[in-house]
Write a protein that binds this ligand. Structure first.
Ligand SMILES: CC(C)(COP(=O)(O)OP(=O)(O)OC[C@H]1O[C@@H](n2cnc3c(N)ncnc32)[C@H](O)[C@@H]1OP(=O)(O)O)[C@@H](O)C(=O)NCCC(=O)NCCS
Length: 188
């Protein structure tokens, strides 16, 4: 994995720090059912508030980072990835992501970006666990998590922006990460 400054490069993608010129796109996606899919509720972000969050460093600090995900070759933005340190469990990071353009789903990008973000979190940060919540109907994400060595732990009811969902909590520990071949061989 190559990390240059604020970017993570995978074979086909780059994950980079959100800049002010990206805000309109992030806000537009945030109101779109299509961009969020059936298993994630649109956040309906406000441009002004997001701008404040960007300038205050709330979107990029030692506890959390929000990345724009773009095709490496063309720089075309296709989605976002976000991780944050659990406030109650400092050794645990939670990730959420979306490939906002439906035409770009099912091309392996979701797996690829999660793989490299997970490698960054275990190899270069102090995290011992990574957790992901997923709606029980989110077959694509569950398939990604299985490929990435996560184990399903509990099933739970949760509220996602006033939408009641039933989901699974998946976890990858540092020990499982160390044993999982996908992180140590380059398949893509
Ligand atoms: C979930 C998401 C991130 C996955 O990203 P992606 O780039 O589409 O995922 P990948 O192409 O890497 O892998 C998807 C896998 O699911 C499989 N899949 C997708 N839909 C499926 C379905 N309906 N039934 C069975 N398998 C399915 C694909 O075949 C692929 O598996 P394979 O590599 O073994 O063939 C993406 O679909 C997305 O952003 N959705 C909207 C937002 C969202 O749900 N985010 C996740 C919140 S936890």
């Amino acid at each position: 994995m190559d990390i240059y400054g604020n970017r993570i490069f995978t074979r086909r993608l780059q994950l980079r720090k959100i800049e002010s010129e990206d805000l309109d796109l992030i806000v537009n996606w945030s109101t779109s059912l299509i961009a969020y899919g059936n298993c994630l509720t649109p956040e309906n972000l406000e441009l002004k508030q997001l701008g404040h969050q960007l300038t205050s460093g709330a979107l990029w600090n030692s506890q959390e980072k929000l990345f724009l995900v773009a095709i490496r070759e063309s720089d075309k933005p296709i989605g976002t990835a976000h991780y944050w340190q659990s406030p109650s469990k400092k050794e645990t990071a939670t990730i959420s992501l979306k490939i906002a353009l439906p035409d770009e789903r099912n091309k392996g990008y979701g797996t690829e970006l999660q793989k490299f973000l997970i490698m960054q979190l275990f190899n270069h940060k102090q995290f011992q666990n990574i957790e992901m919540y997923t709606d029980i109907n989110n077959i694509a994400q569950q398939r990604c998590l299985e490929k990435l060595g996560f184990e399903q732990t509990i099933s739970l009811a949760y509220e996602d922006r006033q939408v009641q969902r039933t989901g699974h909590l998946y976890r990858l520990t540092a020990e499982q990460f160390a044993r999982e071949p996908i992180y140590h061989y380059h398949y893509e």
